[in-house]
Design a protein around this ligand. Structure first.
Ligand code: ZN
Length: 575
């Protein structure tokens, strides 16, 4: 009783909040458009097909482990919900499954069910619920160095012993039963595949699940070169809202997209030529580009755990362990079919609201994805080692907290510049149609970035780009409130905007970056009016793992079947 009232007084348990009914929950879930994810398995060997099935099965266990990590009551709640066939119960379990918890990620992690803490706990289930930051810090200070490292490390939870004192429990102990089953499936997958690099990664990762030592398997993941491109294990630390120390389990079972991977290699061969022609003072150019972080393009067959709740990840950069990064670097993985699903479910409907009817015809997924590739590659171009007041330094150090916004905008605009350069040089097929598709698709995606406001770093950088290109006439606000591209003006405007970003980085100009973002980073009335029209467009997708279901049909564990397609009368664009 004391316990309950303590929770109530700290606001952790909502007293009598009105929880959403079935209709309201259906509306909340409809912000995620069910989207079929497929990948071509026809070229896989028989062994790899078996491996793929085992990996999907292993990933389903990762969902369970993640739910445990997120909240101590999660799995019990889930097993109760999935047995509830009432209309309300079905909507609750559907929305629970989208969030993998009783808290709605799109609504500040507020509870949408009774009987649970009113918000996600800051420390998730990584720490005792009653532990304070001070208690943890005082405790770790007194630990011997090796223990301290474990306490603040990625792969352990903190619990209380029978005396109430804090203690460290490794993941391999805390989640033993589930991780043993996962490791067994990874071992079976390793046996089935004929690919040596995949075999090695899976064997080492299976061992890591039982030892909490992930180093060797992270290294093997960097060397992975196989048709099945899998990421499985504890990685990101965002769910640890207290310290950001603890890694959440996730799985992405992907197939490598060979055509796109070849395209990345093709572009990479032209990067030096692009660098040599960037719109900046020649003295800022890098004479010889260094090696770039590898980029893999894949199609997701199955996502689980931290890799499948709330808004879907479309790209990730791993590993996070600095020791591995120092030795092997890191790898960027782009999930092409996730990007494509978001393009059809979100960007096309946005384009129909904000673009002029003529411009709508120029929206293209190929242009969209090509620009994403160019964006990723051009992070490697432009100033990286600079001199400011006779010091050797880099743009990140000089531009400080504003660097993220400037660098993302630089990659957007340099990506446009690079593609235009390659079209001019006839390296890529060009002409007015291809150019219009590139700039128009980019214009629509600017609205996608800006629709939730410019507060976030990427949003402010995007507002600068849009405002600049509107001021220069490269983009046009039409009298009917829509927008379009002026192909004659946009090219030189993009080059001038790129010069602005590149020069800020080359000179490490913090004051200039601050001035640009504050003067040009706001949403102006015509753009605000267009964004206002986007309110009913869904936020993201809800993945429907079509290929995974074919390869590894789910045993009837009662997970709610996603109804596909769901009629959305309020939004004809999505029917
Ligand atoms: Zn980027």
């Amino acid at each position: 009783m004391i316990f309950l009232s303590a929770l109530l007084s700290t606001g952790l348990l909502a007293a009598a909040a009105p929880y959403p009914d079935a209709a309201r929950l259906a509306g909340m879930a409809a912000r995620f458009v069910p989207s079929k994810l497929t990948a071509d398995v026809s070229t896989l060997s028989a062994g790899d097909r078996t491996a793929l099935r085992k990996l999907v099965e292993a990933s389903r266990i990762i969902d369970d482990v993640f739910m445990d990590q997120y909240w101590s009551g999660n799995r019990e709640l889930w097993s109760r919900l999935r047995g509830d066939a009432s209309p309300l119960g079905r909507e609750q379990s559907h929305y629970f499954w989208i969030n993998k918890s009783p808290w709605s990620e799109l609504d500040h992690e507020e509870a949408f069910l009774p009987g649970v803490p009113s918000r996600k706990l800051p420390g998730a289930n990584f720490y005792p619920e009653d532990m304070t930051k001070d208690e943890f810090e005082a405790w770790t200070k007194a630990l011997p160095p090796g223990e301290r490292e474990k306490a603040v490390g990625f792969y352990s939870v903190i619990r209380r012993d029978s005396q109430g004192k804090l203690r460290i429990v490794g993941y391999s102990t805390e989640f033993r039963r589930d991780l043993e089953r996962t490791a067994a499936l990874l071992t079976e997958a390793a046996r089935a595949t004929g690919n040596a690099s995949l075999k090695k990664f899976l064997q080492l990762r299976a061992e890591a699940f039982l030892s909490d030592d992930y180093f060797a398997s992270d290294v093997a993941w960097m060397d992975l070169d196989a048709p099945i491109d899998v990421t499985i294990g504890p990685y990101e630390t965002y769910n640890d809202g207290i310290f950001g120390y603890k890694a959440a389990f996730e799985a992405y079972v992907n197939l490598r997209d060979d055509a796109e991977t070849a395209r990345v290699a093709f572009y990479s061969r032209h990067l030096q030529a692009i660098e040599d022609h960037l719109p900046e003072e020649p003295k800022y150019r890098t004479r010889k580009l260094g090696a770039l972080a590898p980029i893999r393009v894949v199609n997701e067959v199955f996502g689980a755990g931290d890799g499948n709740h709330g808004v879907q990840t479309a790209a990730y950069n791993l590993p996070n362990d600095d020791r591995v990064v120092a030795q092997k670097g890191s790898k960027r993985v782009l999930l092409k079919n996730i990007q494509e699903a978001k393009f059809h479910s979100i960007l096309e409907p946005i384009a129909r609201k904000v673009l002029s009817p003529a411009a709508q015809r120029d929206i293209s997924f190929d242009a969209f994805f090509t620009h994403i590739l160019a964006h990723e590659l051009t992070h490697g171009l432009g100033p990286h080692e600079i001199r400011v007041a006779d010091r050797s330094t880099n743009p990140r150090l000089e531009i400080k907290e504003l660097f993220g916004a400037i660098e993302e905008a630089k990659a957007d605009v340099t990506g446009l510049f690079a593609l235009q350069y390659l079209m001019n040089e006839k390296v890529l097929p060009g002409g007015p149609d291809a150019e219009r598709r590139l700039y128009t698709t980019y214009l629509a995606s600017a609205f996608r970035t800006l629709r939730f406001g410019p507060e976030e770093a990427h949003g402010k950088g995007m507002a600068v780009q849009l405002n600049f290109l509107l001021d220069r006439g490269g983009f046009r606000a039409e009298p009917d409130g829509t927008f379009s591209v002026d192909l004659e003006k946009v090219k030189s405007a993009v080059a001038d905007l790129d010069r602005l970003f590149l020069t800020l980085e080359a000179t490490g100009d913090y004051a200039g970056a601050k001035k640009l973002l504050s003067e040009m980073g706001g949403i102006r009335p015509p753009v605000a009016a267009a964004i206002e029209k986007l309110k009913d467009i869904p936020t993201d997708i809800e993945p429907v793992f079509t290929t995974a279901e074919e390869i590894a049909p789910e045993t009837p564990r009662g997970k709610p079947k996603v109804r596909y397609p769901r009629p959305r009368p309020s939004n004809p664009a999505n029917e």
